[in-house]
Design a protein. Structure first.
Length: 555
């Protein structure tokens, strides 16, 4: 498949749509209407027939920007109330926002909240702003992304003019994980404007771009999405002249609207592919310059970076991944069935590793572990409220996976410490714990009723996926009790735990199979440790073969 660089076409489409001229006009109106006011942040709204515009203007000097140049963590106490609005962007480790931007946003939070409540969310919304006002526009758009019902209207769009970078790699990653959100942002940057380049080299390059950048020069303009290329191009296209903070984007847009975008394409004559031609032409129109590096090396690097970025955007569809996981789960189901037919259960069959089929299952388990580790990690990095981290269908699949696969992880753990009576206990993989947490938090995932569990008990998996770890520890306790190194009370607690699961029909009947570890190892050792005269609800249940009634849902 041939690749084509579409940055020029995207830029041409934006320039000829008149939207940039219209938005800059709104920014100018806001600036002129309130220029006598001392407020550091101002805005206007304009409800058109097809959409609503919100334009922000901030009164800021270069010194103010530099004083607020550092990044503030969302986990810090600074602007805590404002950061809480963006918690949906991800929970793992937080993210950071430019101090000047989050401080100004926080200072105006009450008024911004009132503005948000007044906006007609049934129409598409375009948020715009200039310089630091553009930073506020980006934050306001992120806020809207969390509250807008996208089944009724389109995503809001944010278009900034000459705005500095506002976030770190964690914010960038959260948005990249959900590509439709990242595509909501378009940043227009002139090569004569120093403001968007202020923080490129700040604090070991901690600032990272997100969204699409429309880079403009006197020769033309082009759109770029790949983050590393954007940072490089922002630095390489800066004007050699004296810094000019008063860039008139109205003139920039008007000039480029009438400009022939493919002028100087002859400079790409040496290129061998349409994709390379596109990159060379893009560099030409934005007046890229780097005296320290050959243009061929620059093009090669950009081509590799952009192709890698495009491949990342074309990752396998989630539903396809889920289907692959379902196939592996179906194989495990069959393995479970054949193990039951041997009167042993799949936990002990897998633990014994006596046949090639057990080795094959080991590979299936690894694939499922890798798949669900990635799914949970990606879910935590994505905006949290969009689909409540994991869609309900995925969450049910994840819980079924946890119940089926975690026992096999427990089998591997205790296989590695055979005949060991020390106090080391099974340590769960973090994604098992997270799946459990997400399931409990989800309002839509209500547990089954007792009657439902009774009807389906012969096919049900044990609710507690750590059940077999408790069995293994109870077996060790039996040995310790025999050596008088523990008390019978600990074993009685385990017995009560099992009987509680039985009464609620939350444990698979397979634990009562004759050759299972529960019966062959724990039950035999337990009878010996407690004495033949000992009686309890569980001992009576097992002795009287009530497990047969249990399997039929009649206990």
């Amino acid at each position: 498949m041939k690749l084509f660089s579409t940055g020029l076409e995207q830029a041409n489409l934006v320039m000829t749509s008149n939207i940039l001229e219209f938005l800059w006009k709104k920014i100018s109106e806001c600036s002129n209407a309130h220029q006598q006011l001392s407020s550091s942040l101002r805005w206007v709204t304009d409800e058109q027939k097809e959409f609503t515009v919100v334009a922000f203007v901030a009164c800021s000097t270069e010194n103010q920007l530099l004083e607020g140049a550092d990044l503030v963590s969302s986990l810090s106490s600074t602007a805590k109330e404002s950061f809480a609005l963006f918690k949906f962007l991800g929970k793992k480790g937080g993210f950071a926002i430019n101090r000047a931007a989050i401080t100004l946003f926080h200072q105006n939070l009450q008024q911004l909240s009132q503005l948000k409540d007044k906006i007609n969310l049934s129409k598409p919304i375009i948020v715009t702003g200039h310089a630091l006002g553009g930073s506020i526009a980006s934050l306001f758009t992120l806020w809207l992304l969390e509250i807008v019902d996208f089944s009724k209207t389109k995503h809001p769009i944010c278009i900034t003019f000459g705005s500095p970078l506002i976030g770190d790699s964690h914010l960038q990653k959260a948005l990249f994980q959900y590509s439709s959100w990242n595509s909501c942002f378009l940043h227009v940057v002139s090569n004569n404007d120093p403001i968007p380049r202020k923080f490129i080299n700040h604090n070991a390059n901690a600032y990272k771009p997100f969204g699409t950048f429309l880079l403009c020069s006197n020769s033309g303009c082009s759109c770029f999405e790949e983050p590393k290329s954007i940072l490089e191009l922002l630095a390489a296209t800066a004007s050699d002249g004296s810094p000019n903070q008063g860039v008139d984007y109205e003139n920039v847009v008007k000039h480029l609207k009438h400009k022939a975008l493919f002028k100087n394409v002859s400079e790409a004559d040496w290129a061998t592919t349409p994709y390379t031609v596109g990159i060379v032409t893009q560099l030409s129109v934005i007046e890229y310059k780097n005296d320290n590096e050959n243009i061929t090396a620059v093009v090669d690097r950009m081509e590799k970076q952009e192709k890698k970025y495009l491949i990342g955007k074309r990752t396998v569809k989630p539903d396809k991944k889920l289907n692959e996981a379902k196939i592996n789960m179906a194989k495990l189901e069959w393995y479970k069935k054949t193990s039951k037919d041997k009167n042993i259960g799949y936990y002990d069959t897998y633990k014994s590793k006596m046949f090639m089929s057990d080795i094959n299952v080991e590979e299936i388990v690894k694939r499922l572990l890798n798949h669900w580790t990635d799914v949970v990690e990606e879910a935590d990095q994505k905006p949290q409220e969009e689909g409540a981290s994991l869609r309900t269908r995925w969450l049910y699949a994840g819980i079924t996976y946890k119940k089926m696969v975690e026992p096999l992880c427990i089998a591997d753990f205790y296989n590695d410490r055979k005949d060991c009576l020390d106090s080391e206990v099974y340590k769960r993989f973090p994604h098992f714990i997270r799946l459990e947490q997400l399931y409990k938090e989800s309002e839509k995932t209500k547990g089954s009723t007792l009657d439902e569990r009774k009807r389906n008990i012969s096919h049900n998996l044990t609710e507690d996926s750590c059940f077999w770890a408790r069995v293994e520890e109870a077996i060790i306790l039996c040995e310790l009790l025999k050596e008088k190194k523990t008390s019978a009370e600990e074993l009685k607690k385990f017995e009560e735990y099992v009987m509680g699961l039985v009464r609620e029909y939350k444990v698979s009947p397979e634990i009562f199979l004759k050759r299972s570890s529960f019966m062959k190892r724990w039950w035999e050792k337990y009878k010996e440790a407690m004495g033949r005269s000992y009686s309890s609800p569980l001992t009576e249940f097992i002795t009287n073969r009530k497990d047969k009634d249990y399997e039929e849902g009649k206990f």
